[in-house]
Ligand binder design. Structure first.
Ligand code: ADP
Length: 254
């Protein structure tokens, strides 16, 4: 038997198939304007990718901001719980999860069983989220996936505005004054790093620290976070799937 976890986020919808031991299929597509249609499309994609029949699926669990729109699922579980279970599945030694997604960032503290001990979420302000980096990458005329490589080794410019709209103006002014894309990219990642540091500090950092969400693909940001927190921050190829993995694990075990 199998379980399916679907995480419909603000930017990307992720799904995985779990066979009780490992993840046998994973897929990610843009959420687009309809979380409902995207969720259904993704479910059909992932089941045919895994080569499984609907009767072989014991549970479908949905999470993420779009979970409320999914009518075909068996259960809806909050992102915090799913991230906790997902992290524990990836590595039971994880005690702190830093998740930066498209429109929010969160820090989750776990115990040795993967239960939530504490958490803090910023979903009020775009600064420090993937959205902030997408807006800034657009201003720099690069893709968000290039920020890390471009900023590597550069001396970071100081981006002092805490607001995404003002920070974008600041970036445009910096470019006009001749600052390099490299130093601005590094400065933007430092800005996200310090916002994240403030959030982590309120919950407290306990090793092992795991970085999840789409923004965790940014390896320079992960390096900045490791330096600022004074501990190694880990990530994995499955980082963006953490919520979907947690959902699938919860569905399978229940
Ligand atoms: P959500 O669950 O809110 O949809 P995700 O955790 O899927 O968010 O992350 C989406 C964010 O990940 C995007 O806003 C983007 O900024 C970031 N992202 C996606 N791919 C990359 C990449 N290759 N490098 C850096 N950031 C990325």
């Amino acid at each position: 038997m199998y379980s399916v976890g679907i995480d419909v986020g603000s930017v990307a919808a992720k799904a995985v198939v779990f066979d009780g031991e490992g993840i046998i299929a994973k897929e990610i597509i843009p959420t687009g304007w309809s979380p409902k249609e995207t969720g259904e499309k993704l479910f059909n994609m992932i089941t045919s990718m895994a080569g499984i029949e609907k009767r072989e699926i014991k549970s479908i669990v949905g999470t993420g901001y779009g979970r409320v729109a999914l009518s075909f699922i068996d259960k809806k579980v909050t992102e915090i719980t799913c991230h906790g279970k997902g992290a524990h599945f990836i590595d039971p030694n994880i005690r702190t999860v830093i998740d930066i997604g498209g429109q929010d960032s969160k820090v989750i503290k776990l115990d040795e069983k993967g239960n939530i001990v504490d958490f803090l979420m910023n979903d009020k302000c775009a600064a420090g989220t993937g959205r902030f980096l997408q807006v800034m990458a657009h201003a720099l005329e690069i893709d968000v996936s290039e920020l890390s490589q471009i900023g590597e080794g550069a001396v970071p410019e100081t981006i002092s505005s805490m607001c995404t709209v003002f920070a974008e103006s600041e970036v445009i002014s910096l470019m006009a004054s001749g600052a390099s894309k490299e130093s601005i990219a590094a400065g933007l990642l430092q800005s996200v790093c310090s916002k994240t540091y403030t959030l982590v500090s309120k919950v407290g950092v306990q090793e092992k620290v795991f970085f999840s969400g789409g923004v965790s693909k940014n390896s320079l940001l992960r390096k900045f976070l490791s330096n600022k927190l004074g501990v190694e921050v880990f990530s994995s190829e499955l980082s963006q799937y953490l919520g979907a993995i947690g959902a699938a694990v919860i569905g399978y075990r229940e």
